[in-house]
Design a protein around this ligand. Structure first.
Ligand code: GLV
Length: 317
């Protein structure tokens, strides 16, 4: 039986499934393991089932036992793993695509709506109990007929587009390459980020975090937006330069921000918590029972497939 380290607690049924087919060392207390603990605990293992809270950098991976053949990440994003370092050690890295598309798109829409309709201020007023209805109370921005720019038209971007269409939004996008007609539907392709941003009354970030997309929303690119745009980020925190964003939110250049992911999680830029026009959630994108169970099962299956066949359909390197 192969031995695996599961670095974080999973859904119980998925832990049971993993324990049936592997000798699984499970972090049942769910304490965040340090990188040295991961190195030490995985020393006699054939694989690791990691989570986005594990920062598997070059130094850590270089110290992994040569027994380790697979890192199965419990996420679709794998920016927490140094892929070059894994390649050097002949370790395959896998992710959990598809199963979290719908749940993440739902959160993308929730934060877009939360930001546009001033949900944070609304909740604060409701809690104070002394709010009064008036014709101009907490007027927000309406999605109907507005242009939604989507950065990254992969599975999640397209799922966001489908939901946004039902609000009557006009879909625009920028992607590494243009989609074929079937996938594009009525969406309008922009071959440059500048062109997309300049029409984005609303904007949703749905691309992977890479060297190219790091700080892609910064003091320069924020200038391209129409005044009073609404931005949402349900992908990864490092795509936004937080200081530049805070300035744009304070000046009103950006009307509001809906955000579920942060630079240096679990830290959240203190101004995001202070500013009334930032609607924050603590990285809930894929957090539904159905999706987290499917992700955990898939992360286990990826390891099973790899040890059975020597390959894995969800390999990313
Ligand atoms: C969640 O953030 C994921 O990448 O799966």
């Amino acid at each position: 039986m192969k031995k695996i380290l599961i670095t974080r607690k999973l859904i119980y049924s998925s832990e049971k499934y993993a324990s049936k087919i592997f000798f699984a060392k499970i972090n049942t207390k769910d304490k965040l393991l340090t990188n040295s603990e991961i190195i030490q605990m995985s020393n006699d293992c054939d694989g690791i089932l990691s989570s986005i809270t594990d920062q598997l950098n070059e130094e850590t991976i270089s110290k992994f036992s040569s027994k380790i053949k697979i890192i199965s990440n419990f996420a679709v994003g794998f920016g927490n793993i140094d892929i070059n370092a894994a390649n050097k050690k002949n370790i395959i890295v896998t992710n959990t695509p598809d199963v979290l598309t719908d749940a993440t798109a739902e959160i993308a829409i929730l934060i877009l709506l939360g930001a546009a309709r001033r949900a944070k201020e609304g909740i604060q007023w409701a809690n104070k109990k002394n709010w009064k209805w008036s014709a101009d109370f907490l007027m927000g921005k309406q999605l109907t007929d507005a242009r939604l720019g989507i950065l990254g038209m992969g599975r999640i971007g397209r799922a966001v587009a489908n939901r946004a269409r039902s609000f009557g939004m006009k879909i625009h996008y920028h992607n590494r390459s243009r989609l074929n007609k079937d996938l594009e539907k009525d969406a309008i392709y922009h071959d440059s980020l500048k062109s997309l941003l300049s029409i984005s009354d609303f904007f949703s970030i749905n691309c992977p975090s890479t060297k190219e997309t790091k700080n892609i929303i910064n003091s320069e690119t924020l200038k391209y937006f129409p005044d009073g745009a609404v931005i949402s980020n349900s992908a990864r925190g490092d795509m936004i330069d937080d200081e530049a964003m805070v300035q744009a939110l304070k000046s009103g250049k950006i009307f509001s921000l809906g955000i579920d992911v942060y630079n240096g999680e679990p830290n959240i830029h203190p101004e995001y918590l202070n500013l009334p026009n930032v609607f924050v959630l603590p990285h809930l994108g894929s957090s539904t029972i159905r999706t987290r169970t499917a992700m955990a099962d898939l992360a286990v299956k990826n390891i099973e497939e790899f040890f059975k066949t020597g390959k894995c359909s969800n390999k990313v390197n």
